[in-house]
Design a protein around this ligand. Sequence first.
Ligand code: E4P
Length: 226
Amino acid sequence: MCEDKRLKFFLDTANLDELKKAAEWGIVDGVTTNPSLIAKEGVALEDQIRRICDIIDGDVSAEVVSTEVNEMVREGRKLSKIHRNVVVKVPLIRDGIKACSILSKEGVRLNVTLCFSAGQALLAAKAGAYIISPFIGRLDDIGTEGMNLIRDIVTIYRNYNFPTQVLAASLRSPLHVIETAKAGAHIGTLPFKVLDMLFQHPLTDKGLEQFLKDYHKVFQETAAGR
Ligand code: E4P
């Protein structure tokens, strides 16, 4: 189990405006994309990944779109050459695991995606995955407690010292993010909207308003007037 104790925040988007805005906050450690997110931006995969790497200095997951092992390996090698930060994403199917075994031996870093069970996560770890991506929200959608999967994978990887990092994906709310951190995942990948929601608390707004009101009542100076 990778023992870097700092929880990393990745942004789950291929949108450059969202990435630039979040990057300014100084709290984004990486990016995950998938074929749907890339398609939403309407720019060719390799071009968009290059642009993302120019904005965020951290791991950037780029997913293959083939489902046959030789094609996946070819695509993965090509994607990995775009930038040193690219992590090649492959789906958790038989050919994906085969591609992960081949590419990881070549030194390519792999994110194995679409993981919905602890057994699948074991396969990815055995194949040398750098990251495993269990999808929380999509499990919740079908009436299964998604967070239990994160807890199980963290326990299993810890039992055997697997270096594969657990990335909680498909996070839909601030509560998901907090539970992910409590479960001991290494990474949470957040849509921009969820990251932005983490800032919000009515008592922060109310408290700040009162602080400034009290201050200006006595000192009658504005920030602009200083
Ligand atoms: C992660 O890598 C996936 O792209 C993403 O988290 C999927 O989230 P969704 O289930 O909200 O589409």
